[in-house]
Design a protein around this ligand. Structure first.
Ligand code: MN
Length: 265
């Protein structure tokens, strides 16, 4: 027989005692052996461990929630900030002074919102990566494939790249068709959203990296996930670069121009 007791000492302190007892019959004699051990320290250590595990679990859940929130907020802000900037800079339909002022308000509010989002969590501050030295090819167009399931984000990329007449853009809206398009005609640059409806962007990158026909293709993650850990993991997994949403126009176009220059386009 075994039992665990919680006992109260005279000084009010709680102690735990574990007891074992055994009955022994020897001829006429009936005996009972018992042993009692103070296991308070062990109980305390167990309680501490459990508490630490609960805290760690809560902290993990909080980080995941924040990452999700950040992603959810950055995605629509990509459209708000991106299209406000495109409207302000539209050479075909330049906005009036009054419209320009209104667009400034939208952009200012959008940036204030982004500062709030960024202040909530550790996000990566990415500097434009230096263009790697690549074999110059025949002069011509820069061939870009963008894999993105969000139609508004895709439209923004399309309009941004339209500012560079020598870019030829193809698009795909999920991982499977993106892989098929990349293999059918390897692009110079693959802009890859990480959250795709069918295959995770990281997996898409891995599968394409495994194919020798894409050895010369630069693969850049384009994602609303700006958490430092996730960015570093993606770069370590094999992405050439990682551009966060909302898309920073200057950075985006500098990346395109840098690659075009490196390829001699
Ligand atoms: Mn997506």
């Amino acid at each position: 027989m075994e039992a665990l007791f919680r006992t109260a000492h005279d000084d009010g302190q709680e102690r735990w005692v574990q007891s074992w007892a055994r009955r022994v019959v020897r001829g006429e004699r009936r005996m009972c052996f018992s042993m009692h051990m103070d296991v308070t320290e062990r109980k305390r250590a167990e309680a501490l461990l459990q508490q630490r595990q609960r805290i760690e679990q809560a902290s993990r859940e909080k980080s995941e929630f924040m990452a999700r929130m950040s992603h959810e907020l950055r995605t629509p802000m990509n459209a708000v900030l991106g299209f406000a900037q495109l409207l302000a800079q539209d050479p075909e339909h330049p906005p009036s002074a009054r419209q320009r002022e209104r667009l400034t308000h939208i952009a200012d509010a959008g940036r204030a919102m982004m500062r709030l989002v960024d202040s909530l969590l550790v996000t990566a501050r990415l500097e434009p990566g230096p263009a790697t030295a690549l074999e110059p090819r025949a002069a011509g167009e820069l061939h870009v494939l963008c894999v993105e399931d969000n139609p508004v984000n895709l439209q923004l990329v399309r309009e941004l790249l339209a500012l560079r007449p020598r870019v030829r853009l193809r698009t795909a809206i999920d991982g499977a068709s993106g892989i098929a398009a990349a293999l059918a005609e390897p692009p110079d640059l693959l802009l890859l959203d990480l959250q795709l409806p069918d295959i995770d962007g990281l997996e898409v990158m891995r599968r394409l990296r495994a194919d020798p026909s894409l050895a010369g293709c630069r693969i850049v993650a384009l994602s609303a996930d700006a958490m430092t850990d996730h960015v570093e993991a993606a770069l370590a997994a094999g992405f050439d670069d990682y551009w966060t949403k909302p898309i920073q126009f200057e950075r985006f176009l500098a990346g395109i121009d840098g690659l075009a220059a490196a390829l001699g386009r």
